[in-house]
Design a binder for this molecule. Structure first.
Ligand SMILES: Cc1ncc(C[n+]2csc(CCOP(=O)(O)OP(=O)(O)O)c2C)c(N)n1
Ligand SMILES: [Mg+2]
Length: 156
């Protein structure tokens, strides 16, 4: 791989300033807003607090492919890309590669996890609500009988 990269003279550019500028403009145009529901923690609130508690430059989070973020966070720690590495993950995404907790333990890596545990493949549930009369197709992640919802351990 190294030889290929060298021979093709691939240049890695880590200058995200244009994208950051674009995002800053979008944030002004579409400021974050959400409802609070008594004891429930809206995911937007959790992410907002994460942003407040950490410095954007040093916190690495992932978007998009499920199952990607936990292993990606491991890679970030190993590559020493951030002082604080947070895997901010949905429960559906997290369980896709949950075995990597063993890697974190074995290698004693300082990966933090902010788990948005809503017991659902939430985006799928929204599509079911909108287009399929709320007919569920394995989007619920808990006990199918709903007697005892699954829980996640308190990770420290
Ligand atoms: C590897 C992969 N498989 C399927 C999808 C399609 N997909 C997008 S969001 C989603 C559900 C995500 O559930 P969760 O991680 O719990 O997040 P939530 O929407 O509940 O916040 C799925 C299945 C995807 N993005 N990546
Ligand atoms: Mg979820």
């Amino acid at each position: 791989m190294n030889k290929i990269l060298e021979s093709k003279e691939v240049r890695f550019k880590f200058d995200f300033s244009a994208r950051r500028k674009e995002l800053d403009e979008q944030k002004k145009e579409y400021p974050l807003s959400y409802k609070m529901f008594e004891d429930e923690i809206p995911p937007q609130y959790a992410i907002q607090i994460l942003n407040e508690l950490t410095d954007d430059e040093k916190t690495i989070i992932g978007y998009g492919s499920l199952g990607f973020r936990l292993p990606a966070a491991i890679g970030d720690v190993v590559a020493n890309l951030g002082d604080i590495v947070v895997d901010s993950d949905g429960d559906g995404s997290f369980i896709m590669n949950v075995q990597e907790l063993a890697t974190i333990k074995a290698e004693n890596l300082h990966v933090k996890v902010l788990l948005i545990n809503n017991q659902y493949l939430g985006m799928i549930m929204e599509l079911e609500e909108r287009y399929f009369k709320a007919n569920r197709a394995d989007s619920y992640l808990g006990d199918p009988l709903r007697k005892s919802p699954i829980g996640f351990p308190q990770l420290e």
